[in-house]
Design a protein around this ligand. Structure first.
Ligand code: AMP
Length: 103
């Protein structure tokens, strides 16, 4: 947990955010500023700043499996996934996450 991280606060339940899907490793919630009809964020419970800091191979497996489980749960068959890494690439929140976008 990082004290000034908005996603850590969400994971910690500080904003009563509804989790569309969750398990031991991952939570999934709606993006506050959706860029598509469905715009979800798949976020590891552990604080990792970005893909550049990722060391745990299993964590990425868990994130991708959570993408699959979430889209399956919602009946979404076609979707895009996106990871922004670094400020210049558009990363705004420095807690690793995968966007799920579907229209
Ligand atoms: P990125 O630009 O890849 O870092 O994506 C960060 C995303 O987090 C953006 O699409 C924001 O709209 C979203 N976001 C920021 N704050 C919140 C929040 N409190 N709840 C849900 N989504 C958020």
């Amino acid at each position: 947990m990082s004290n000034d991280c908005i996603f850590c606060k969400i994971i910690n339940g500080e904003f009563n955010t509804e989790f569309v899907y969750e398990n031991e490793y991952v939570v999934v919630f709606k993006d506050i500023n959706p860029k598509a009809k469905t715009h979800l964020l798949v976020v590891p419970r552990v604080h990792v700043e970005s893909l550049n800091e990722l060391e745990d191979k299993n964590l990425m497996s868990e994130l991708l499996m959570a993408v699959k489980e979430t889209t399956k749960k919602l009946g979404i068959k076609s979707y895009k996934t996106l990871i922004n890494t670094g400020k210049e690439a558009g990363q705004e929140v420095f807690h690793l996450h995968i966007h799920i976008l579907a229209d």
